[in-house]
Design a protein around this ligand. Sequence first.
Ligand code: 9MR
Length: 364
Amino acid sequence: MKKSFVVFLIVLVGFLAVSCKKSVAPALDTNTLPITPLPTLKGSAPFLIGASIDPTFLRNNLRYRETLISEFNSITIENMMKMNNIQPERARFDYARANELVSFANQEKMRIHGHALVWHEALPGWISTFQGDSLAWENLFKTHIQTVASYYKGKLAGWDVVNEAIDNDGGTRNDNSSQGSIWRRKLGADYIARAFLYAKEADPNAILFYNDYAQESNPKKLEAILRMVEDLRKSNVPVEGLGLQMHIHINTPDAGIVNAITKYVKTGLKIHISELDIQLNPSNETLERPTVAQLEAQRLKFLTVVRAYKTLVPKEQQYGITQWNVGDADSWLRTYLKKNEFPLPFDMNYEKKVSYYGILEGLR
Ligand code: 9MR
């Protein structure tokens, strides 16, 4: 072999070695890669994003806990501050389960909303057999409100003081059916005003709410609530916030939602969308899983609600949006009403549904 040819081969091999090395991509150093975190509900919202929560789920389900921590910065105590749970026997107050939720929220630096001091449902058994004159009833009523509100003084941002006191015809809930209110019957219609006054005395810094449902679909009820609130405020009763529960469904007209929010805003009070869920199977058909069309309709309705709240409620009136529990499996519509429903933005396994992205879009 000629010497010049050998030199040529050496040069060629050297050249090939260098160029091959150049074309190999450098190894990825994953420690220095920029990480773009996924958006979250709480990170995308200019107001607080809440969920109602329950201690059994929180104790037993890690995905539930993780979803709460990553997505939410406010909680409402779904059941454990209701009278049946917090005063199960007369003058025996039991705060243990509510406190589990309060400690969790404190640890995770979440706001806590109390629910509900006065409601015609979730009453302990002893109330139905309680015998006493009007003074004894007033005393029982005041004692309940003030014991619980004082116990949590300074720990809660707000309270649903009176829940669902107006009936579907726009009157003060009163009749003797299971839908009636024992408070109205025993104490007279102005029990509502006194509930707020008692709560204020016990916890002057908590924001005090009147909370109800169906304002978006029942104009009579909406107007009745607005009249009641106006009257209360004229008499210096400290109603400071209004809760629109928003248990709605995919066919709830957008105009009703916008109308309720717009009218509530005019009161100048804090506005809380307080129990949001959106039924996608309102006719309760047998359904193993939701259809693509139902999920899409639900996404659009979440978008509408969130966008309406963000654009129509001035910043200083935005108390936030709270959904009623975390994932589809936890919803009262399944656990309590036994409906075939999937009403929340997280599915049975806490995976994000398209509705989750509807909320994110509404927040943009
Ligand atoms: O979601 C709550 C469910 O777990 C309870 O069994 C039920 C009775 O206490 O109350 C449900 O929450 C209601 C809320 O307190 C007031 N607005 C309507 C909610 C759904 O019924």
